[in-house]
Design a binder for this molecule. Structure first.
Ligand code: UTP
Length: 628
């Protein structure tokens, strides 16, 4: 029996012959074949052969094979080649190196010693927080926002795109609407605070993928861009990367199509190369922008943390500022860590939780990943929201082209590590950007309280219910409850008396249910805004719902026990006072398998029964008082 290498080289020879014939022969009966591939496609074919990918042509000599199949394979190769920095040859070279390291079990942290980097720890509502918010808001007019939203969302399993998912079901506002309205309100506040006429529209880039692109456009277009100018929003679509079948980095074909290379997402790290190659960074720099803020598709709390975090970036002149939350030792989120190599290299980087513990143990910390006197790990928890200073960012990307250090995570069939259970691919993460920065780069972090800054929606109800005790569910249920908790706690910090939450179980998850308090970003984008719009003595009971939609609404002496919804045109001023008491909007548990309810509701395990409310809209300019 022929060995697999001799079969491979025979395939290579066969394919080589065919491609060479195609490119050089003038024989009339090859004319047809000659015309089926463009010169560029022939070059790509030869490149693949040189890269040891002859198996891709294994079926090219089969009788009855369709020319369109050959062309479509090479068209796909052309896309894979042009969308990867350095092309396919670079992809395959890196893959071979990383696969070999993985097989040998090489530790990427060999030679590195971890220590705690420097950063700022903030507490919502105190003077320091308010000071940073003020600085941050001023900077917003110099910022661009980048939303990475190309992820498949396999763990959540929602049929729509995650950006279209309601962030909370009291108002039904979806994540994208909330993000856009927050950016618009922040940018307006920024210009107001600096008393300058807004010179430009704050740009928003959304990174999409084939899995999300069309539906993101549709969501924007069917909602008139949620109030943004269409020219303000740019979509950059990331391409998937080729899958790898074995340790030699041979490209994997799709199981049911011998003329299509299997592809999978490359990860959110693509955002850097896409931004760089789009030319947007240069355009922003030339336009006088200073900051780029990266955020994710389903963190409804993030914009509560952004103003102060941007203030930290500006005050401390951080080139890279990672937003973080306090992290309990061994909690399943990465820790921001300073790594110093014996050869002098230094970086401040996210170290995944399963790597942090062994790294600490191997470098003189026998307790490994453990809590310090604060009750938390000294390594703050990474939440993948980054603020980068544009100038140094462009400088760095002009060296790297935006390529981010990749990793590979093959699942081997057995301990010989010679075969994979299924194909793998290279991946890269947005937060690994600082890995290539010089030690002189100013890289820091900002710690925000978790209730204020982080509650993403990533897990489906079944998986969330299985999360070990004490770990966050990160489900649609917990994501919505986190919005109510944060808003109610902010009101509390602003002086409102609120009831304690009650504990309830939805979709097998025990959550705290606070009053359902929701406001539009135009009412308040900072803690200081909230404080300025709350006067006198106010109380909100646990069963209450308070929805504030208008811009100039002052809560001054309100006693709420029920549901109150206040809206107004921008130039109306409304003072809300007195006692509102009604049956309110009731949270009712539902069965997640009951298909009478839409998917958006089922994944939460509850619905809001709008029993009774006081709803007031002020449609004329002027001063009004809502006093029931
Ligand atoms: P997640 O960790 O939530 O991953 O990504 P995911 O791919 O969306 O979901 P799963 O793992 O399939 O369940 C964090 C952020 O990065 C974006 C996501 O859209 C989300 O905002 N992302 C992820 C991309 O933009 N591209 C990718 O290739 C992967």
């Amino acid at each position: 029996m022929a060995s697999s290498s001799s079969v491979n080289s025979a395939i290579d020879r066969l394919a080589n012959l065919q491609l060479n014939e195609l490119s050089t022969s003038s024989s009339p009966n090859l004319q047809k074949n000659l015309s089926i591939l463009s010169p560029h496609q022939i070059e790509l074919g030869k490149m693949l052969l040189e890269l040891g990918q002859g198996h891709l042509f294994e079926h090219w000599s089969d009788p009855g094979i369709d020319d369109d199949d050959k062309r479509s394979l090479l068209s796909q190769v052309s896309i894979l080649d042009s969308s990867y920095p350095g092309g396919l040859s670079s992809y395959i070279k890196t893959a071979r190196e990383l696969l070999s390291d993985s097989k040998a079990g090489r530790n990427p942290f060999d030679g590195f010693t971890p220590s705690v980097p420097s950063g700022e720890v903030l507490t919502c509502g105190d003077d320091n927080f308010i000071k940073y918010e003020e600085v941050g808001v001023k900077q917003v007019q110099n910022a661009a926002f980048v939303l990475v939203a190309g992820g498949l969302g396999e763990r959540l399993g929602y049929n729509g795109i995650k950006l279209a998912l309601p962030m909370e079901t009291t108002t039904g506002t979806c994540f994208l609407q909330h993000y856009i309205e927050s950016i618009l309100s922040l940018s307006e506040a920024s210009c107001k605070q600096t008393e300058v006429e807004c010179q430009r529209d704050v740009p928003l880039v959304i990174m999409t993928s084939d899995d999300t692109h069309d539906r993101t456009i549709q969501l924007l277009e069917s909602n008139t861009y949620f109030g943004m100018k269409p020219s303000q929003v740019k979509l950059l679509k990331q391409e998937k990367v080729a899958c790898l079948a074995d340790n030699d980095a041979r490209l994997a074909l799709e199981p049911n199509n011998k003329y299509r290379i299997q592809t999978k997402p490359h990860g959110h790290g693509d955002v850097h190369a896409l931004l760089y190659s789009s030319g947007l960074l240069k355009e922003w720099k030339d336009g006088g922008l200073r900051w780029v803020l990266f955020f994710q598709d389903t963190n409804g709390l993030l914009f509560k943390a952004i103003p102060a975090a941007l203030g930290v970036s500006a005050s401390k002149e951080y080139q890279v500022n990672s937003l973080t939350v306090p992290r309990k030792a061994k909690e399943a989120i990465g820790g921001i860590t300073k790594l110093t190599h014996t050869d002098g290299r230094e970086m401040v980087i996210n170290v995944e939780y399963n790597q942090l513990d062994p790294l600490l143990r191997a470098t003189g910390h026998p307790d490994g990943d453990s809590n310090c006197e604060t009750g938390y790990s000294p390594y703050p928890g990474n939440i993948n929201q980054l603020i980068l200073e544009l100038g140094p960012y462009i400088e760095e990307l002009s060296k790297t082209g935006g390529a981010i250090k990749e990793f590979v995570n093959p699942k081997y069939k057995d301990s010989t590590k010679t075969e994979f259970k299924s194909s793998t691919r290279l991946e890269c993460m947005m937060q690994d950007y600082p890995k290539t920065l010089p030690p002189s780069a100013r890289v820091g972090f900002t710690v925000m309280e978790k209730w204020l800054a982080y509650s993403p929606v990533k897990n489906n109800p079944e998986d969330a219910a299985k999360v070990p005790n004490g770990n966050p569910y990160h489900s649609a249920t917990s994501g919505e409850m986190a919005i109510y908790r944060a808003n109610t706690m902010i009101l509390q910090k602003a002086g409102v008396t609120v009831d304690a939450p009650v504990t309830q179980v939805f979709n097998g998850q025990e959550v705290e249910v606070w009053s359902r308090v929701v406001w539009k970003p135009k009412w308040a984008v900072t803690f200081a805004d909230v404080k300025n719009k709350i006067k006198g003595i106010n109380t909100v009971s646990q069963k209450s719902t308070l929805v504030i939609k208008g811009r100039n609404i002052l809560i001054d002496g309100l006693s709420l026990d029920g549901a109150l919804i206040v809206d107004s045109v921008d130039d109306a001023e409304v003072k809300v006072e007195g006692s509102v008491c009604n049956n309110g909007w009731i949270i009712e548990s539902i069965d997640k398998d009951n298909t009478e309810f839409p998917e958006e509701v089922r994944i939460r395990g509850f619905r809001i029964n709008k029993t009774e409310q006081l709803e007031q809209f002020y449609g004329e300019p002027g001063k009004f008082c809502l006093k029931p």
